[in-house]
Design a protein around this ligand. Structure first.
Ligand SMILES: Nc1ncnc2c1ncn2[C@@H]1O[C@H](COP(=O)(O)OP(=O)(O)OP(=O)(O)O)[C@@H](O)[C@H]1O
Ligand SMILES: [Mg+2]
Length: 314
């Protein structure tokens, strides 16, 4: 099962209907700053049931609607449609909100009675309703600055038993070694009073604790941790919004190898400005600003060196 199509209409910076078709492995979304790349990922999260306005970067629910520009009126309705498919079936889910407050949830073009039925339909095809499989742009390394109680709460969204903890620690260790060969990592103090922490050993450096890591070390450690946690979520895809900026060339290169491996089992939808990430994509999706100031997620091509050169990236 993978997310094959996303339709945005009236949602945040998307005024008119825009449809994008993703590849089953690695789909990359590119475009200049402020064009609406992160908004597209938030659209997916919202359609999967995300209601946390902070996570959706909204002051209130009205910010979910296209707010209008000098020449285009504000949207009265915000809707997101997701299509999941595998080789034999296709399932369509749509969440639609109008300014009056009326909200409609549709499954395969039929309105369902409410949120529970919508969630049940998503769960029945293996898609979780709360979006615990996205790394948001501002949140990659936020684990390190959370107070201990919040760190525990964050991890408990994924880890429910000692068995889960062991699984996560095994993967965390495997992923950190893939990103930085010779490193080791694990979650420690799971039941301790001070709250859980991360213990990381980098080659030639000895043991380090989360808070002592450099910016790049934090990014690598957080990426390995989050990918390990995501593995506990029964979800067909992982989404990542600009996870690379503080990683050096080697870490970036190693990350590509790791993500390619993960993409054998999960679809990856990544927002990036990085050439190295774009190059590993199966499909590339470009977001542009229209003359009316709204977003347009349109140009789509199979990864190709010639087309790649037209986009200026880092
Ligand atoms: N409700 C809304 N109506 C209209 N525009 C909106 C709305 N909500 C957000 N925007 C606009 O969307 C733009 C931000 O989009 P987004 O955060 O998706 O950009 P981005 O492509 O991810 O950029 P970056 O590369 O800087 O992360 C901002 O210019 C913001 O004003
Ligand atoms: Mg962004």
């Amino acid at each position: 099962m993978f997310l094959s199509s996303l339709v945005l209409k009236g949602f945040k910076s998307y005024s008119e209907r825009v449809e994008v078709n993703f590849s089953p492995k690695i789909a990359v979304i590119i475009g200049s700053n402020g064009v609406g790349k992160s908004n597209a990922l938030e659209g997916i999260a919202w359609a999967l049931g995300e209601d946390d306005l902070n996570a959706l970067r909204c002051r209130n629910r009205m910010d979910l609607f296209f707010g209008g520009s000098q020449i285009t009126a504000p949207a009265d309705e915000a809707s997101i449609e997701l299509t999941f498919e595998n080789s034999s079936t296709r399932h369509r889910f749509c969440r639609c909100l109008s300014r009056s407050g009326k909200e409609v949830f549709m499954v395969n073009d039929t309105a369902v009675s409410g949120v529970p039925e919508y969630q049940e339909a998503l769960n029945s095809i293996g898609v979780p309703t709360r979006c615990h499989n996205v790394i948001r742009q501002e949140e990659l390394t936020d684990f390190f600055v959370k107070p201990p109680s919040e760190r525990r709460h964050y991890l408990q969204q994924y880890i429910g038993s000692d068995g889960d903890l062991e699984r996560v620690n095994n993967l965390f260790d495997e992923y950190i070694q893939a990103l930085l060969p010779g490193s080791r990592a694990r979650i420690v103090n799971w039941n301790g009073e001070v709250g859980p922490d991360l213990e990381v050993t980098f080659p030639d450096k000895g043991v380090k604790w989360g808070v002592l890591l450099s910016g790049g070390e934090r990014a690598v450690t957080a990426l390995a941790l989050k990918l390990a946690l995501f593995n506990l979520v029964r979800s067909p895809m992982f989404m990542m919004d600009e996870v690379e900026p503080s990683m050096d060339w080697t870490r970036n290169h190693n990350m590509q190898g790791l993500l390619k491996k993960i993409s054998q089992n999960r679809q990856l939808i990544m927002v990036t400005h990085f050439q190295s990430t774009i190059q590993m994509a199966d499909t590339v999706h470009g977001v542009r600003i229209r003359p009316d100031g709204s977003s347009w997620l349109k140009f789509h091509f199979l990864m190709d060196e010639r087309l790649f050169k037209i986009y200026k990236c880092c």
